[in-house]
Design a protein around this ligand. Sequence first.
Ligand code: EPZ
Length: 420
Amino acid sequence: MDKLLITGGQALSGNVAISGAKNAALPILFSTLLADDIVTLTNIPHLNDVTTTIALLGRLGADITLGDNMTVEVDPRSVNEHVAPYELVRTMRASILALGPLVAKHGKGQVSLPGGCAIGARPVNLHIHGLELMGADIVVEHGYIKADVPGGRLKGAHILMDTVSVTGTENLLMAATLADGRTVIENAAREPEVVDLANCLIAMGAKIQGVGTSKLVIDGVERLSGVNYRVQPDRIETGTFLVAAAVTRGSVTCTHTDPSLLEAVLVKLEEAGAVVETGEDWIKLDMQGCRPKAVDVTTAPYPAFPTDMQAQFTVLNAVAQGAARIKETIFENRFMHVPELSRMGADISLDGNNALVRGVETLSGAEVMATDLRASASLVIAGLVAGGETLVDRIYHIDRGYECIEDKFSMLGANIRRVK
Ligand code: EPZ
């Protein structure tokens, strides 16, 4: 199994090009199932989760053509299967996003129930409840969610989401585009990835109002056409590189990104003492050789501070001046990186969904183990600032969400390489 070997101590400097957003690319790839024609997507990141999604679309019968620079062409007209099998879904929970489009387009769909996950129980009851309100008959048996629409077409419904759910909103939004009548989704997620999906659906001919707000109004249409669509930049990858720059007291410019997608993160980085400059598609962070200051963080749905940046800010606070509290409100078990950081000398005490982090002068390199995608990013950042060598194990987690991470960090002057 691959590992990352990092020798810390270099202040990062230079430019890094940001890839397309994983959490926008996945729902947008699944939305191709709704179209009556070829959909061509660009700026798709080359990640394991994207590969899994493309394999799943192929398994359903879609015709896929991969072009240069990860341009993906999906022809959904040959879809003739309606089951997303366990062996694919168990590697990627986001496969649940096949359910809404399949049911809306073909009047039926079966998706293996995603199991538990390191960061939390992550049920899908809101996805199921919303589809039932739109007229689907759903049973969960033998580990599969089996949905069938008597009469073949979903109908519009008024859906109140008990909890803000990103993929829950995305699944029901996609389903509603082809439903008979109007659907209203209240307490919808407002994440930029939901907005990117909605914009792609509108480009395919969907009728959606309230994009970017917590109330989405969708008037169903008979059919959706093909489109050429460019996926937005990855705000979490951007944030990860900016935190790495801050922690190593360096100066880094992220290009091919969009500052408007991560305002809450930039505010916190400035609070930590970073000098942040932005342009239309770039962000420069300069620590001017200074040690970051500790900053309190509370995760919450967009536009508040993203949970997918929590682990990275735990490392920032672990080497910062002073102490700070990190409160995780989205997932019940998202501090798995803390025991590993403590092995590197971090001073962190956990109390339920709160972490009290007291900054230390330096961390020391160690062998550590990744437990989930963002936790693994935090361990890599810790390795970049720690004295000596750090060996990060189970990096298949990181390959799910970061494209060529060691190459990008090497270009910024880091001493990092993948070892077999
Ligand atoms: C999306 O997951 C992202 N994944 C996650 O990113 C991200 O952490 C999360 O949103 C929150 O921002 C993708 O977009 C593929 P939720 P999702 O449904 O949609 C509860 C990463 O690192 N809930 O918004 O699965 C749930 O348990 C990943 O890239 C229900 O109770 O998250 C959680 O506590 C990790 N019932 C809360 O809602 C449901 O039916 C928010 O989860 C659905 C969710």
